[in-house]
Structures are given as structure tokens and as C-alpha cells.
Design a protein around this ligand. Structure first.
Ligand SMILES: [Zn+2]
Length: 260
């Protein structure tokens, strides 16, 4: 065959599609495999089908060990966000070859620490880690709706990171001139000054936590979010309007709660 540049170009494009096709198929193969690894396959399948989220709970925390604390809270929170919202998020991750995952793990409380890590979002793995602690006297300290809502706030932020970067200036303008305090967030908090501006002390750490704690408050129904004279209210309005554009089919999911 006579070599021609046009043919070469077409071949390159085909090769690229073939590679992408393989990656896409592998993603779903992994999803099926991981679902099969769960203690309760049907439950994991239900969550994957209705919310687009892969559940990894090989130890059965949600279905056996701490069931009374957990599975109902998980469903409650996922429903508050809505299937359309979460499927929209998961397809944003799928478009970059990642499967949005909730991974449930046991963890030891760190000795000497006054706070326990309950949730974490790893953006590279597109995975929310929810930790269970056995605290002896107080029993199992497990998943709470606010923790799941907080992490889903981070998931949302990273799914639309460029959009959130573009509203950064408008959002922090509502912070009454207060700068984020980084690791000094707790000492920066003054209830009298900040409660109408930030959802909780941890909100003062940085922009990402400010946003995640608003999601947490939406789930818990707490704080001055509903006070239309407070700056916090207008921060939530900005998030709602932004997400209405990012996820138009979901009518901003969790933010419907804010409007009611
Ligand atoms: Zn956070």
C-alpha cells in the first residue's frame, strides 16, 4: 500500500479510540468484579445502579457489623442528593476514566488524638473512605449522614474544579473580609463573629472545606444556611446556582432541600 499522510492520520485516530475503548471496558469490568467482592452483592448493585457509585464494603460494615448505624444513613444521604445528581457526578469522573467509589474501612483511633477522621476523599482514586472506629464504651463510631454529605461536597468540588475555581472570588467576597486560616482554623473561630458567615469552625480552614461544610450543613439541616440575612445563605445560593448549570438534570439535587 502506498503510504499517504491522510491514511496515517486516520490510523492514529482509530488507535486512540481503540485505546480509549479498552480503558472504558476495563473500568466496567473492575466495577463488576468489585461489586461481586461485597458481602451484600445485591445492595452494592442497587447503589451502583441507582446512584452510579461503586460500594466497597468487603468486611460488611454496612450490612452486618454496624448495620444499625450505617446503611440507613447511607441511603438517607444518597437520596437527599438524588440519583440524578450522583449519576451526574459519577459520569463526570467516568469521563476521565475513574469510577466514583465509597470504600468502608475499619480504623484505629489515633492515640492522643482528640478528633477521629471519619471520612476522606482521595481525588486520584475518586474514592470516599468512610472509617469505623470501635470506641469501647461508646461503641461503634460509624458513618453519619453529615460525614457522607461533607465528602460528597468534596467529590462535587473536584468534579467541577474549573468551575469552582472560576467562582472563588465571588464566593469569598461573602466572607466579610475573613481570610482562611489553614491549620489554625480552630483558633480563628469566634462563634459571635463567624456563625453567620461560616457553617462551622472547620469551614475556616480553606475554600474546599468551606464548600464541603455547606454540603454537610445541608444534610444535617443545621446552621444559618436558611437565614437570608446571613452571608452564609448567599454562599449557598451561589453554590446552588453554579451546580444548576453543572448538573442541569438534577435541579441541583441536595440544594432542593435548601429551597424548601
Ligand atoms: Zn473536608
Amino acid at each position: 500500500m502506498k503510504w499517504c499522510p491522510r491514511f496515517f492520520l486516520v490510523s492514529l485516530i482509530c488507535l486512540w479510540s481503540a485505546v480509549c475503548g479498552v480503558a472504558y471496558a476495563a473500568t466496567f469490568e473492575r466495577a463488576s468484579y468489585e461489586l461481586a467482592g461485597n458481602t451484600d452483592y445485591e445492595q452494592a448493585r442497587h447503589i451502583y445502579t441507582n446512584y452510579g457509585i461503586l460500594l466497597e464494603d468487603e468486611a460488611g460494615f454496612l450490612t452486618t457489623y454496624a448495620k444499625e448505624y450505617s446503611i440507613d444513613y447511607l441511603y438517607y444521604t444518597l437520596e437527599l442528593f438524588s440519583g440524578d445528581y450522583l449519576k451526574g457526578l459519577s459520569s463526570a469522573y467516568r469521563s476521565i476514566g475513574k469510577v466514583l467509589t465509597i470504600c468502608v474501612l475499619a480504623a484505629e483511633r489515633q492515640s492522643g488524638s482528640t478528633t477521629a477522621m471519619l471520612g476522606q476523599f482521595d481525588v486520584d482514586a475518586a474514592a470516599i473512605y468512610l472509617y469505623f472506629y470501635d470506641n469501647g464504651e461508646t461503641g461503634v463510631h460509624g458513618v453519619r449522614p453529615g460525614v457522607i454529605g461533607h465528602e460528597l461536597g468534596h467529590v462535587t468540588y473536584y468534579a467541577f474544579i474549573e468551575v469552582f475555581n472560576s467562582i472563588h472570588g465571588a464566593f469569598v467576597e461573602y466572607n466579610d473580609g475573613y481570610a482562611y486560616a489553614g491549620d489554625d482554623w480552630l483558633s480563628a473561630w469566634d462563634t459571635g463573629l463567624h456563625s453567620g458567615t461560616f457553617a462551622e469552625p472547620y469551614s475556616m480552614k480553606n475554600y474546599g472545606e468551606d464548600i464541603a461544610t455547606i454540603f454537610e450543613s445541608l444534610v444535617c439541616g443545621a446552621g444559618s444556611l436558611w437565614d437570608d440575612e446571613a452571608p452564609l445563605y448567599y454562599k449557598a445560593v451561589l453554590l446552588r446556582d453554579t451546580l444548576n448549570e453543572c448538573l442541569p438534570d438534577s435541579r441541583a439535587g441536595i440544594f432542593q432541600r435548601f429551597e424548601s
